[in-house]
Design a protein around this ligand. Structure first.
Ligand code: ADP
Ligand code: MG
Ligand code: MG
Ligand code: MG
Length: 395
């Protein structure tokens, strides 16, 4: 079958021809109900309910879903599948199970998270059960252990590099939207609100900031430490009570570990700017993320068998782990700052700012995010502890 954009009826017909998937749903096609839930920028997502079970079906479109005149290669679905396959066994329970992939339709069929809610929405509605960040920290550490040169023979990384280096269309989005556009005049940037014009202009002319952004571009494009999720914001996480899942790995690429950490923390920090009354709870989440990430990674590396450890005895290994974690922290700070700025003035902004009750509050929240973002980008490279990162956030 050749590619076609599926609607409810098209998906129902296709599913009816897949015995394994039909069996998971139960009954016959007429018993199934299908609804579209797409809320991301790129793809179409359908949830299918049957008498015996439910499925989530995600199809890549030949363009950006929210900008149909922006073409986008279909192959991103393949990279999402490869990512799920590369990390699934390392992150058991933290990702929906993949049931099928149709290479002609660029369609993934996975476990349906029926009772889960997207973390960003849960945060906005103030109904996220505290503690989720410890699981996200463990998730990142486990993906690093499974894919990173630090814990694997270099051949593992070489193979992953080969599998993911073709994901250039989505890496291009990262390079443009996160690492470049907010710092230049560009058609993709939305018109800023009037009160923010001077701040946006400052981003475009700040030489010190531009030099630090350039260094982060270099880190992103040249540090091949581990397989990144690549889009680990609070809209790529779903939760149901204490059950936490990471979705949407289509941006996967080999890169600096601090990129995933920074995007995640940056989205918590954006929420903090929009809802400063939640500072204590958000600080606790950030601390829990970093503690869990660094402890999981440290304990994995203590017994790690990557080539990196061949020369160091146990004392040397402690030193090497500490300096490795410090370098990740520095990247984390920088990418956190980039995420805060791009989600505040760039193409894809965040709904968290809707929490501000007046226009002036919203302006102040955005200015705060830009200020913290700049500080993290410019000062991140000399950080020595996670506490000092929190300090730069005013926490
Ligand atoms: P995009 O790549 O377009 O951002 P996502 O993978 O983020 O697509 O999915 C878009 C939305 O679909 C999510 O925000 C979520 O509401 C829903 N969704 C995605 N995966 C699942 C799943 N496995 N189960 C239930 N809902 C899902
Ligand atoms: Mg998404
Ligand atoms: Mg989404
Ligand atoms: Mg996506």
């Amino acid at each position: 079958m050749t590619y076609r954009i599926l609607d409810d009826a098209g998906l129902q017909d296709w599913l009816a021809e897949q015995p394994e998937l039909s069996k998971r749903l139960g009954g016959t096609a007429s018993d199934w109900s299908i609804r579209e839930v797409s809320d991301g920028n790129l793809n179409t997502v359908f949830l299918v309910d049957g008498p015996a079970g439910a499925l989530c079906c995600k199809q890549a479109l030949p363009h950006v879903r929210v900008a149909p005149d922006w073409p986008m290669p279909l192959e991103r679905a393949l990279y999402e599948v490869r990512y799920m396959r590369a990390v699934a066994s390392a992150v058991t329970g933290l990702m929906p199970e993949l049931f099928a992939y149709d290479a002609d339709l660029f369609l993934l069929v996975m476990e349906c998270l029926t009772k889960h809610e997207v973390l960003r929405s849960a945060l906005i509605a103030d109904r996220a059960e505290p503690g989720f960040s410890a699981l996200i920290g463990a998730y990142v550490a486990w993906t690093v252990q499974a894919t990173g040169w630090v814990n694997q023979p270099f051949e593992t990384g070489a193979r992953l590099l080969e599998q993911f280096s073709g994901n250039t269309a989505l890496t291009r989005i990262t390079v443009d939207l996160i690492l470049t556009d907010p710092y230049r005049i560009c058609d993709r940037n939305p018109e800023p609100e009037a009160g923010l014009l001077d701040d946006v202009k400052a981003l475009q002319t700040d030489q010190i900031l531009h030099r630090a952004v350039g260094q982060l571009q270099d880190r992103f494009l040249t540090a091949r430490q581990a397989l990144l999720h690549g889009d680990l914001h609070t809209g790529s996480i779903m939760l149901d009570g204490t059950d936490v899942r990471v979705i949407d790995g289509e941006f996967a690429t080999m890169g600096p570990i601090g990129f995933d950490c920074g995007l995640y923390l940056g989205n918590l920090a954006l929420h903090l700017c929009a809802a400063p009354q939640k500072a204590a709870a958000l600080r606790a989440e950030m601390v829990a993320f970093w503690r869990s990430f660094s402890e999981e990674l440290r304990s994995g590396l203590q017994n790690g068998s990557g080539d990196m450890w061949a020369l160091s005895g146990s004392a040397g290994r402690q030193d090497l782990i500490a300096s490795f974690l410090r370098d990740i922290l520095r990247d984390t700070a920088g990418f956190c700052g980039l995420e805060m700025i791009r989600r505040t003035v760039g193409f894809a902004q965040v709904a968290d700012y809707s929490l501000c009750s007046t226009e002036n509050d919203r302006l102040l929240a955005r200015q705060k995010a830009l200020q913290i973002g700049r500080t993290l980008i410019v000062k991140g490279a000399s950080l020595r502890s996670f506490d000092s990162l929190l300090f730069l956030m005013g926490l």
